[in-house]
Design a protein around this ligand. Sequence first.
Ligand code: URA
Length: 303
Amino acid sequence: MNGDARKALRRFIRSRWEDRDATLFLTNRKTAPANRPIQSGPVVPPARRGEAFTGFQSSVPVAPRQWNPSTAVPMAASPRSVPYTANPAPPPAGPRPAVARHKSGIIEPEASAKGREMLKHWEEIRNCQLCPLGKTRNCFVYGMGRADTKLVFIGEAPGQQEDMQGLPFVGASGKMLDGILAGLNMTRDSYFICNVLKCRPPENRNPQPDEIEKCAPHLEKQMKILAPKYVVALGTFAAQSVLKTIKPIGQLRGRWHQLPDYEVLPVYHPSAACRSGANKKVLEEDLLFLKKRLEAEKSKSPA
Ligand code: URA
């Protein structure tokens, strides 16, 4: 494809608000450093990360809603969720008990050695100024969930809501993810979720290579403490950063990649699922694939 045709195709894709991953696919690999994720350019749909849906450009400011585990957990299972029937567990009677979440995002950190170590790590890095995002962020977003878990989800970077609340995936993408996982009986207190970047890039622009590089030790330390068995990489940046590849998410998703310390399942980013029903269906199928793997392991070695 020559340069003009490439540009025209890019314009077309962007004008249709297509999945950002499609534009990544078109990036010139020859000029991309081999060990870094490709940047897809500055044009990114504004609904990509973390914004609350405020209707059609109302001029009335909308107050941010706080994420509340006891109300968020039973929230709308996706109507398109793939029904999951293996070992159906009876739904818990009555409202779920509220879990004690520390302001770092860690649930009941004092309850385990890993939790205490995570808390110490959070204290060490919560005022990080290693890259310029330290100056522009509102909140540092460490992560959320239990430290004592086999399963970790990794996203890209905080969006607007996350930056306001200091918690990952509490905006539109998070609601999409929570909805699909609720359909599979998985809730935030059964895994840990965090991002490649701990601070919001201004205007939700793509993470830059130097930001990813500066932030990488934080994620590496988290993974060292958590020592998960399974990692779900949400979207291009997470998948490319964790797997150290420049392959597009379309080629990586839907199968397990074995790393020395854990297995990685790349899936579409929930924001892609917010934009297209087809993407949502693929994400649902991939998360069902994850759930079946967890169930298979549980039946081999029940806790
Ligand atoms: N998208 C991400 O990748 N991370 C968040 O925390 C929110 C939206």
